[in-house]
Design a protein around this ligand. Structure first.
Ligand code: IVH
Length: 732
């Protein structure tokens, strides 16, 4: 088989496996075999840039290259649906349709209303050519590069009986599991949480870095085929057909005749939806015949042939017993409602977030109140209201006026005290501060406030940081309570004798702890920098800063502008880094860590390469073009310099070679060809510099969630949004 034949065959095989896995949920090969085939395809494609195909399955990995979105006008405007929350309106819709069709018989297609963001895809000759968000309904953002990373969206269609050109609409969603994993990661990195999967999906799809999108595992269901030559007159049958072309359609779709059947469908899914892998917020009812849809037509904004029935968010009423205040690693104080246990959407809820002082004030919350609890995005419980009629009023003279309600009378001594936010930290007594423009209160005592210290140490030892896996939250709490550790530097002075406290049965585990701490001294600088727990400095930011400055001293001494010059570092991060190193107490810890031998500079192997025999790129001018699998362009620039080469931006007769990634621009290709400059693939380049730069064992570089600029507006920031959830450990 020629390389070309092999590439084509791997592409079609991988398309099929993607479909089986992500659309049909019925894989026919193991993940490992899939990865091997993908790897082989990517290698072959790298060797043959002339066979580049934007719809190859390899394009699903996304790219680190930041891209701006181009606005595109929709061929057919993206309308919304009329909404209702009550069944009387559903009946009115049914009657209106019947009347509008002059008494003809009609079928209704009942569907789930998926709670994500709508997307419109255009296919030509069976290939995805464009994906556009709803935008204002008239024009939206071209998000094709991001959409291609969604594995359940076909890049090339199955079969051959599809129209030459058509548009299809559906919903991009973040499945519950991906949402939960993402928020857990964000919490560990001290980043604001997404309030619900819809915000997370929308923030992700609008990310400027398609690699972030690829990692976040979005999904998509399709519910509307547009065009003049539809396969049949039945909307339902058309969707079954598009299912065969490769699109994911919902199994929950049904066609019914009677109003009673519609109501039964609503009843069924109102309960069953909690078992679905993705969020839904209602039911969509559509007249099934396309001809009848046309007969009914549209109002200015919505079709007359469809309506959305929205589910009521599940709510429970229970008594507020107490409000406690939880202090997190960053010192943020979160008020937590402790309530009589109550059933809500399948779990028993005892605690719920009250967000911040403003939120408590707006609720006018009193201890003993009967409160309404909802699950925000159905996962994080929160108090959304107070049943005022059930409160024992405190009259002007301070005496309680008991409510006649029996539930209140069961608590005759409830004096209905208003909930107030503490002035001092509930853990250490330090006066709390509230920074201008922020809704949260903070305990500024990060040096001795117990939950802050324990939280910081837990972060320091975590897997992505110093990876001291012989320690865990309980051991940290134990050592802290026994006075063995007060900060991360103390870990390095722990001895086996300290840990065992004379108890010989603890000796083995104490040895493992000490060994684990010792081993952490070899953890590379970028992870040590992350481990320090500087606010807003997640894994990727730490890596960018470490690789840019290469030594901690340079970061300590640098200016704000120096930090802003690092690709990927913005004002908030830069200010936070400067602030961290300006604090003497932080510097004391940093200096102690340094004295124990923790890595505070990038491994010196590359500089040895420059100075020694291995300066493999000495005197060479190299142009970088395209996108890469193993490292970002910034990292390749650094590697070239490490190996004595020079990175230049445009191709000239002096260029030694072009480091050519995927999607290398055609003009660059042409210029290189004209001037006879050789192209080097990523793997060729890596093997050329391999040992010299000490990168042989490096793993693929990928951005973690939340570090792209494109999603900021979708975040529920604990600092700016009064309703922002801040902690996940609140919840049962
Ligand atoms: S049909 C002209 N079907 O709900 C009708 N929409 O307010 C086009 N949605 O923007 C939409 N599930 O994002 C349709 N099964 C479904 C849907 C659905 C969710 C969303 C969609 C639309 C919004 C309508």
């Amino acid at each position: 088989m020629t390389d070309k034949e092999q590439i084509l065959s791997l592409r079609s095989e991988l398309h099929r496996h993607n479909y089986n896995y992500y659309v049909k949920s019925a894989p026919t090969i193991s993940d490992r075999e899939f990865d091997e085939k993908m790897h082989l395809l990517m290698q072959l494609e790298e060797r043959h840039p002339e066979l580049y195909d934007p719809n190859s399955p390899s394009q699903r990995v996304g790219s680190d290259l930041s891209h701006e979105f181009v606005q595109v006008r929709h061929r057919y405007p993206m309308l919304s649906l009329a909404n209702t929350y009550n069944r009387a309106d559903v009946q009115a819709f049914y009657d209106r349709v019947s009347q509008g069709l002059g008494g003809q018989a009609f079928d209704i297609c009942c569907e789930l209303k998926f709670d994500g963001l709508s997307i419109s895809l255009i296919y030509e000759q069976g290939r995805l050519v464009r994906a556009v968000t709803r935008g204002d309904g008239e024009q939206g953002d071209d998000v094709t590069a991001n959409v291609k990373t969604i594995r359940s969206i076909p890049l090339i269609l199955n079969g051959g009986n599809y129209p030459d050109s058509f548009e299809i609409r559906g919903e991009v969603l973040m499945p519950w599991v991906s949402f939960e994993t993402l928020n857990r990661q964000r919490e560990m990195q001290g980043e604001p949480l997404f309030a619900n999967p819809r915000n997370a999906a929308s923030g992700t799809l609008k990310s400027k870095n398609s690699k972030v999108v690829a990692e976040r595992r979005l999904d998509a269901y399709f519910y509307y085929l547009l065009g003049t030559e539809l396969p049949t007159d039945s909307h339902y049958d058309n969707l079954q057909t598009v299912g065969r072309w490769g699109f994911k359609i919902s199994d929950a779709m049904r066609t019914v005749r009677t109003l009673q059947e519609v109501m039964d469908y609503i009843d069924y899914w109102d309960k069953e939806r909690s078992n679905l892998p993705v969020a839904t917020d209602g039911i969509v009812l559509k007249v099934n015949s396309i001809a009848q849809q046309q007969e009914l037509g549209y109002t200015a904004k919505t079709p007359r042939w469809a309506i959305a029935y929205k589910f009521q968010a599940e709510r429970a009423l229970t008594r507020l017993n107490e409000v406690t205040f939880q202090v997190g690693r960053t010192g943020a104080v979160t008020p937590v409602a402790n309530m009589e246990p109550v059933h809500l959407s399948g779990t028993i809820v005892r605690r719920a977030s009250l967000h911040n002082e403003d939120y408590i004030r707006a609720l006018d919350l009193h201890i003993g109140d009967m409160v309404y609890v909802e699950k925000a995005g159905e996962i994080i419980p929160q108090v959304v209201g107070v049943e005022r009629d059930e409160r024992s009023e405190v009259s002007g003279n301070g005496l309680a006026t008991p409510s006649p309600d029996t539930r209140t009378l069961e608590h005759p001594d409830t004096q209905s005290t208003a909930v107030t936010f503490p002035k001092t930290c509930p853990e250490c007594g330090t006066p709390l501060v509230r920074y201008e423009g922020e809704a949260a209160h903070y305990c500024p005592n990060d040096a001795t406030c117990p939950p802050q210290i324990k939280g910081k140490i837990e972060h320091f030892i975590s897997r992505d940081a110093m990876n001291i896996d012989s320690l865990g939250p309980e051991t940290v709490a134990d050592y802290f309570e026994r006075g063995l550790i007060h900060n991360v530097a103390d870990l390095y002075e722990l001895t086996v004798a300290d840990i065992t406290g004379g108890n010989t049965s603890r000796e083995r585990s104490a040895q493992r702890v000490v060994q684990g701490i010792e081993a952490s001294k070899q953890v590379p600088f970028e992870r040590t920098l992350y481990a320090l727990g500087i606010r807003f400095v997640g894994k990727v930011t730490a890596r960018l800063i470490a690789r840019h400055f290469r030594r901690l001293d340079k970061i300590i001494d640098c200016t704000l502008d120096d930090l802003l010059a690092v690709d990927g570092v913005g004002g908030v991060v830069a200010a936070s880094v400067k602030h961290y190193f300006s604090e003497p107490k932080n510097m004391e810890i940093v200096n102690r860590l340094r004295s124990y031998g923790v890595q505070f500079e990038v491994s010196d192997k590359p500089s040895a390469a420059v100075n020694g025999q291995n300066a493999v790129l000495a005197g060479q001018s190299i142009v970088i073009s395209g996108t890469f699998e193993h490292h970002s362009r910034e990292e390749y620039k650094a590697l070239i310099e490490d190996c004595g080469g020079k990175n230049v931006s445009s191709i000239s007769a002096k260029t030694s070679f072009v480091l050519a990634g995927e999607n290398m621009g055609p003009s660059k290709q042409e210029k290189a060809l004209q001037l006879g400059i050789p192209l080097m693939t990523e793997s060729e380049f890596l093997s050329l510099i391999g040992d010299a730069a000490g990168i042989a064992s490096s793993s693929p570089v990928s951005s973690p969630p939340g570090e792209s600029e494109g999603e900021a507006s979708n975040l529920q920031s604990p600092t700016s949004n009064p309703k922002a959830p801040q902690q996940l450990d609140l919840f049962d």
